[in-house]
Design a protein around this ligand. Sequence first.
Ligand code: 5AD
Ligand code: SF4
Length: 508
Amino acid sequence: MNEEQRLAGQAPTTKEKDYSQYFQSVYTPPSLKNAKKRGREEISYHDDFSIDEQFRGMGQGRTFYIRTYGCQMNEHDTEVIAGILVGLGYEPTETVDNADIVLLNTCAIRENAENKVFGELGHLKPLKLERPDMLIGVCGCMSQEESVVNKILKTYDQVDMVFGTHNIHRLPEILREAYLSKEMVVEVWSKEGDIIENLPRVRKGNIKGWVNIMYGCDKFCTYCIVPYTRGKERSRRPEDIIQEVRQLAAAGYQEITLLGQNVNAYGKDFEDGDYRLGDLMDDLRKIDIPRIRFTTSHPRDFDDHLIEVLAKGGNLVDHIHLPVQSGSSEILKIMSRKYTREHYLELVSKIKRAIPNVTLTTDIIVGFPNETDEQFEETISLYKEVGFDMAFTYIYSPREGTPAAKMQDNVPMQVKKERLQKLNKVVNDFSAEAMKPYQGKVVNVLVEGESKRNKDVLSGYTEKSKLVNFRAPASVIGKIVQVRVVEAKTWSLDGEYIGVQEEEKVMS
Ligand code: 5AD
Ligand code: SF4
């Protein structure tokens, strides 16, 4: 298949031997050299997505089920996929058992995320044998990896379609092909560059909304697969973002999370490069919506203007998730994070000076190739010095095609596990400490619904992302209410519902 046919939207025929040729024409395997060559001039914006008449009714009387793995970006992609499916006439269903389409929206960030997906595909096989008319699809980050697609082609013949993160808008064509073809339909473009504005969405709930502000990542941390699976950095135009947030506010949403793999790079790809995340936040804070947050930050591009704007407070929450990954400057260098321990600590001091009440959380990888005990201890000491409220902690997982995967690694798995355990103990202790001051205080909680553990209890989050459980009438779901904390636990707060009225000093 040549480039012209591809752009004309012809999905490939997908016998295995045809496929490898197809893949070569549209897919560039993870390669730092190739990926870094990607240009900026190719970004184009499209406002013209619509579902063609010929596809309408395709889903009449049929149902779909999407299982989402990984980050909020994937969760939001699922909302877009659901939007397209509903536009085609399909209806959502709660279980795989009666679904006519089952999609796995996958994550490639670590090996265990991928193994879960292969396991799930195994579970789906008997269902497919029972109901050969159902369609099973794999999308998301794993489908951007050549080795994964080859494995699916060889081993998982229950799969009907595989499509990539840049191909979501082509779902109607992909589905048509899957219904017509007896073979697996594979459509994965490695070439990105387009931003498609008016894709339909079925949002999960009407309380908290996700809004993409940019796509892709150009940071190329040496351990990370994301710059390859999500492509280069492309920012949405400010006016499109502002309009989307306004619409969500008008629809009654209470909280917006701005999404990007590296939101601090927002606007870098604009021709004049003058409008950055600080400017966007400054514009968004004027919109009448109670809470605005963003994820995820990179310390390198976290500039003074952004700090200045965040310090204005209002609906900009005083919780910043700022992944550090390691406390050792040597490891940070090999990770290609492009900052040192000292830079990170300096940034934290600056943020704390400007926003004294700020809550900081982070991501940490332990057991990076050849990490020494001393280097690991530097991570522990940095954690204590910053005093994070919480962290997501991971054992390093080699990702094929990334520079780190080629590094020799002398750290045994047992040692990595022990480091993770030790770090998690510190993380737990700090979380418990951070919760203690809440005891007896009143907090503002955005009520999301029934607690997952106890149906008689409602739960929600404070501005600082603390989980609060309390008893109250279901009518407060979707509202911001006041709750007095009666028990501060390590990871959550138990409280007594007060009501929506203003009273006493409120801790966020
Ligand atoms: N191994 C382990 N953790 C990883 N992360 C990203 N890539 C890897 C990897 N190869 C972690 C980082 C990142 C978070 C989303 O996932 O901490 O911030
Ligand atoms: Fe991956 Fe984040 Fe680094 Fe980008 S900035 S390469 S998404 S860890």
